[in-house]
Design a protein around this ligand. Sequence first.
Ligand SMILES: [Mg+2]
Length: 174
Amino acid sequence: MKNKCLFLDRDGIINIPLVKKNKPFAPTKISQFRLYKNLNKTLNYIKKFNYLIIIITNQPELSRGNLDEKTLDKMHDIIFSTLPIDDIFICKCQESSSCNCYKPKPKMLYDAKMKHNIDFKKSYFVGDTHRDIYCASNAGCYSILLKKRYNYEMISKADYVIENFGQIKKILKK
Ligand SMILES: [Mg+2]
């Protein structure tokens, strides 16, 4: 049997993004990297229903030279040691590149599907920007928008909209 999965965007869902001019940005220093509180409670609850939990993240600051791999690894060590996350897929390219992985392109989801035997039809993707919502629909899994002051334009585009992360418990099928 194939696995169901909860895909999560990283910046704005797992950790607090830097917000400049009403747009979210990834932290580039460990001192800026802060996880949201109370994620554990919700994710451990979801785990009881046998969902894989996988982070899917664009990190274009790597190829811009603003973020180094060691710092990114440290951030992800913090995530793995704090939260029940099964895997993290990273696109290190820039939006303008001809890669297949930069969200909303769905390659990272397909890579996760191959590696972890995932059924998209039973899977959900929680994100805070258009890239996440369109990535989910490009792959054929359900999209969940976590409402923020910078993403009102996406409310009508997502399959589900939540006001806080804990509300995913009501959406995911048991
Ligand atoms: Mg985000």
